[in-house]
Ligand binder design. Structure first.
Ligand code: GDP
Length: 296
């Protein structure tokens, strides 16, 4: 549990506090300083960290900890509870019960969007017995269309594609009709990504949203993108109203602090995590496990 890693991290400070029968504001500030460092090291966005520490301190003071008998533990508990509350207390999944369920996958180029689209298709085919259709709507990179086709073959899921000469809007319209004709119950639309957020990309995504009327818009975010994650999450959410996020490349060195930034700034749940390049390396998101990883 995150409790333990937090207790470990604060062990020196807790030792000092244990010698006293009352927590002083100074002790508490010292603990909060260490927590602040842990969060920054985990790449949580710095303004998010600032707010988090401020809120936690207010909450601690509000609970009259400066007099409590086990002052260290009380602060640890408050920090832990705040973190889990921020990350979401429950596992949050995509509701695939509607037929068809339409999911738009969005994100910057290189975030792992196309791979994740294939991973979700494989996951729901095997675990939920769904009959998904993948839609290749990233018409700006011929390689992206080919990549989705290859992934479709690997996971044995059909891919709707019209190459790169037809507009993404038209492809999505045609794909919806095709899915209805073929009885696909989940439609996963792989949209274009850019290296940076630009207005043209957003306008096209907004148009696609209007056409597809998706049940979910999942933002795919590279967990290794550091402080940039906050900006990406805020922009996509403001422009499109995302309904969930997927944090990829958690098999790498990232401590996953991006999860906190995403939750704090957009309030949407993280629904999956990517844990490798292989198409079965996708998992549901467990907030308590992530809290522990972030605290290191
Ligand atoms: P897109 O441009 O957003 O569609 O990104 P891609 O799906 O092409 O992925 C970019 C690179 O990241 C590829 O080399 C993927 O194999 C890799 N990738 C995607 N997800 C993960 C993950 O969870 N872990 C690791 N290690 N690599 C990943």
């Amino acid at each position: 549990m995150a409790f333990e890693s937090l207790t470990d991290r604060l062990s020196e400070t807790l030792k000092k506090v244990r010698g006293q029968d009352r927590l002083t504001e100074e002790n508490m500030d010292e603990m909060l300083r260490e927590i602040r460092l842990a969060l920054l090291e985990a790449d949580v966005n710095f303004t998010v960290v600032k707010d988090f520490i401020k809120n936690t301190k207010e909450k601690a003071l509000g609970q009259d900890v400066l007099g409590s008998l086990k002052p260290g533990q009380v602060v640890v508990k408050i920090v832990h509870d705040e973190l889990v509350e921020l990350l979401g207390t429950d596992v949050s999944t995509v509701d695939f019960s509607k037929k068809p369920t339409i999911v738009m996958m969005v994100g910057l180029q290189g975030s792992g969007k196309t791979t994740t689209t294939g991973k979700i298709a494989k996951y729901i085919k095997e675990k939920n017995h769904k009959k998904p259709l993948l839609v290749a709507a990233d018409i700006y990179r011929p390689a992206a269309v080919e990549q989705l086709k290859t992934i479709g073959e690997q996971v044995d899921v059909p891919v709707y594609s019209e190459g790169v000469d037809v507009s993404a809007q038209q492809i999505v319209k045609n794909a919806l009709a095709k899915a209805e004709a073929d009885g696909n119950d989940v439609i996963l639309i792989d949209t274009a990504g850019r290296l940076q957020i630009d207005q043209k990309l957003m306008e096209e995504l907004k148009e696609l949203k209007g056409i597809a009327n998706p049940d979910e818009i999942l933002l795919v975010v590279d967990s290794l993108a550091g402080q940039e994650i906050a900006n990406v999450a805020s922009s996509f959410n403001e422009q499109l109203g995302i309904t969930g996020a997927v944090l990829t490349k958690l098999d790498g060195d990232s401590r996953g602090g991006g999860a906190i930034s995403i939750r704090y700034l957009t309030h949407v749940p993280i629904k999956y995590i990517g844990t490798g390049e292989k198409l079965d390396q996708i998992e549901l998101f467990y907030p308590d496990r992530m809290a522990e990883r972030i605290l290191g």
